[in-house]
Design a protein around this ligand. Structure first.
Ligand code: FES
Ligand code: FES
Length: 162
C-alpha cells in the first residue's frame, strides 16, 4: 500500500493507506483523531472540515494521498498546548453556539478560516460563509453570534501578539 506523510497538529505522521482512503478516514481511523466528524456521504454537512495548509477543507472530499506533504490542523490542534481554548472555541462556549455538538468541530474550523480571510465579518457574511456547514439543532442564531464574537476576539489576540 502507498505511504502518506504529513504534519498533523504540528506532529509529523506517516501511514499506509489505500489509494481510495479519504483524508477524514486517515485522521479518524489511522490517527484516532475522532474530533473530525462524518455527518453525510454527499459532501454537504461540513462536520469533517479541517485546515489543510491553512485553508478549510472538507476532509471527506479529498484522498489522504492528496494531502501528502501538507500541514493539517484538526479541531484537536486548535487549542493552545496548555489547553487554553482558541478564541473561536471560547466564543462558541460563551454564546451557546452548540447543542449536541456534532457539527461543532467543522463549524469552528470553518469559522476560524472565515475570520482569518475576512476580519470584518457581518451577520450576512457569516451566514454565507458557513453555508457549507449544516447544524440540525441550533437554528444557527447562536452560531452566528459566536462566530462574530470569536472573530473579534481573534483580532484582539492578533493585535496583542504584534
Ligand atoms: Fe459531510 Fe464531509 S462528512 S461534508
Ligand atoms: Fe447539533 Fe449542530 S449542535 S448538529
Amino acid at each position: 500500500m502507498p505511504t502518506v506523510s504529513m504534519t498533523v497538529n504540528g506532529k509529523s505522521v506517516t501511514g499506509e493507506v489505500e489509494g481510495r482512503t479519504l483524508l477524514v478516514q486517515f485522521l479518524r481511523e489511522n490517527l484516532h483523531l475522532t474530533g473530525t466528524h462524518v455527518g453525510c456521504d454527499t459532501s454537504q454537512c461540513g462536520a469533517c472540515v479541517v485546515h489543510v495548509d491553512g485553508a478549510s477543507v472538507k476532509s471527506c472530499t479529498i484522498f489522504a494521498l492528496q494531502a501528502d506533504g501538507a500541514s493539517v490542523t484538526t479541531i484537536e490542534g486548535l487549542a493552545a498546548p496548555d489547553g487554553t481554548l482558541h478564541p473561536m472555541q471560547a466564543a462558541f462556549r460563551e454564546h451557546h453556539g452548540l447543542q449536541c455538538g456534532f457539527c461543532t468541530p467543522g463549524m469552528v474550523m470553518s469559522a476560524v478560516d472565515l475570520a482569518r480571510r475576512d476580519p470584518d465579518l457581518t451577520e450576512r457574511s457569516v451566514r454565507e460563509g458557513l453555508e457549507g456547514n449544516i447544524c440540525r439543532c441550533t437554528g444557527y442564531h447562536n452560531i452566528v453570534k459566536a462566530v462574530l464574537a470569536g472573530a473579534e476576539a481573534m483580532k484582539v489576540t492578533a493585535e496583542a501578539a504584534e
